[in-house]
Design a protein around this ligand. Structure first.
Ligand code: GLU
Length: 192
């Protein structure tokens, strides 16, 4: 089972995410990744197959990746082989939407075919990438808020999910959705 951690606040996010993910290692996983945003700059995505310590080494324990908002994931592959490309976070391709996902999108094939007709392409083999691109599709189609884009996409998705999502136009913000998979949100002074 995968693990997800997100952080936004005033502190550097990457070391917090790596620490949080290490506490979820007992759940088992095959790859790990983080996406970190430094203010309005595009998110930096670092992901790799194998243990969390590989990711920690790649990022100097998170210190090499600057930014105070981020999402992290340890993956237990259900769709697509364990690999760096299939590891989360996944992006809409243009970086507009970046997300991590716990669970299974049951109707991902049907949704993927619809999105291909709308011009999307798919490199990773995961069900997660379909959810990310579906959110991106509604966000652009309706020029709507992240919450509305998520709501529109979740109506069409069948399965179980805990999702943490970052939108390019909303720096410092993490949006979440869940069904069946558990999620806890902690709010402190100036950070979540
Ligand atoms: N179904 C997704 C995948 O295979 C998420 C798996 C998980 O919960 O780690 O990438």
């Amino acid at each position: 089972m995968c693990g997800i951690v997100g952080f936004t606040g005033k502190k550097q996010a990457a070391p917090i995410l790596l620490d949080g993910l290490s506490k979820l290692e007992y759940r088992g996983y095959d790859s790990a990744g983080i996406a970190i945003r430094d203010g309005e700059k595009p998110a930096e995505v670092i992901k790799e197959k194998g243990k969390l310590r590989v990711l920690a080494e790649m990022t100097n324990q998170g210190k090499a990746v600057k930014g105070t908002c981020g999402i992290g994931h340890t993956r237990w592959a259900t769709h697509g082989e364990p690999s760096a490309v299939n590891a989360h976070p996944h992006s809409s391709g243009d970086g507009n939407v970046i997300a991590v996902h716990n669970g299974i999108i049951e109707n991902y094939q049907e949704q993927r075919e619809k999105l291909i007709k709308k011009g999307y392409s798919f490199a990773p083999q995961t069900d997660t990438e379909v959810a990310v691109k579906l959110i991106d599709y509604y966000f652009k189609k309706y020029s709507c808020t992240p919450v509305e884009a998520l709501a529109r996409a979740m109506v069409r998705i069948r399965g179980s999910y805990a999702l943490c999502v970052m939108f390019k136009d909303f720096p410092g913000e993490i949006y979440c959705a869940r069904k069946d998979s558990p999620m806890i949100i902690g709010i402190a002074d100036g950070e979540s």
